[in-house]
Design a protein. Structure first.
Length: 266
């Protein structure tokens, strides 16, 4: 699905705002803002950084919203992209030992993406008749964390370095979906280092978890954000755009927080 279709769906669903936060690239968000203006949909510019909490050996995803100088993020995006590319090529080589698909088929499935992901490889395997879904038995056999036959992990930058980069580029830093990577301890550490917000509403959060992070945000003066983490057909479960949606007031707080920061730095 292209950005035009994504924004058209957001408009049909009556979403007042949509944030575009592709992984480790600002290219889609920059285009989405322009398309949104044409289609009269408010698009919040963003990027989701893949990082590593090197102290604990766990992945952490950091969202960057409303960055003043996206070009300052490009070097980091490029380094993560190169690491992803290297890992993807190795995964493709491993998969091709077991299944006679071609690199060209995988590249075709990744059309429009800045990189090749495990889901694109699975898409190619589906097209070749080896699987009937992206996620399932074959995905687990090839890519399950720790024991997937073809899994090659990318190298990611340290979480604290990325937090610092986001702030140096005039962005708002938000910890994404803390339960997904067991990030509660790093949430406390990042809060002390100037984290701006935490993702409260997410498809993989239970109601109890959402309440817990909302209470944490309130106690520590953090922004509350949320969204559907929409990946289209590449989601492991049904996840329509805007499910869940962040409350309007959380978006208003985000925008007013940004306006205050700009005034302070003027």
């Amino acid at each position: 699905m292209g950005l035009e279709e994504l924004i058209a769906i957001a408009k049909r669903r009556g979403l007042s705002y949509i944030a575009v936060t592709d992984h480790d690239t600002t290219a889609g968000a920059t285009r989405a803002v322009i398309i949104g203006k044409r289609q009269q949909v408010n698009v919040i510019h963003g990027v989701e950084f893949s990082t590593m909490d090197t102290q604990r050996g766990r992945k952490v995803h950091l969202l960057c919203y409303l960055c003043d100088a996206p070009d300052r993020l490009e070097g980091m995006c490029r380094r993560i992209g190169q690491s992803r590319k290297k890992a993807a090529l190795e995964m493709i080589r491993k998969v091709m030992r077991y299944y006679p698909i071609t690199p060209e088929l995988i590249v075709k499935c990744a059309t429009g993406s800045t990189n090749i992901y495990k889901q694109h490889i699975m898409h190619a395997l589906m097209d070749a008749g080896y699987a009937d879904a992206v996620f399932g038995e074959l995905y687990d056999k090839l890519f399950a964390p720790g024991h997937g036959l073809a899994l090659v992990e990318s190298e990611y930058p340290d979480t604290r370095d990325v937090l610092e980069l986001i702030h140096s580029a005039g962005g708002i830093a938000v910890l994404a979906h803390p339960p997904v990577y067991d990030s509660d301890d790093v949430l406390e550490e990042l809060t002390a280092l100037g984290l701006d917000g935490v993702e409260v509403w997410h498809p993989r959060h239970t109601e109890e978890q959402a309440q817990k992070y909302a209470a944490y945000a309130e106690a520590h003066g953090l922004l509350m954000t949320g969204g559907s983490d929409f990946h289209g057909m590449y989601s492991a479960e049904t996840r329509p755009l805007g499910s869940p949606a962040a409350p309007d007031e959380s978006v208003e707080f985000l925008l007013s927080y940004k306006a205050r920061l700009k005034k302070q730095n003027a």
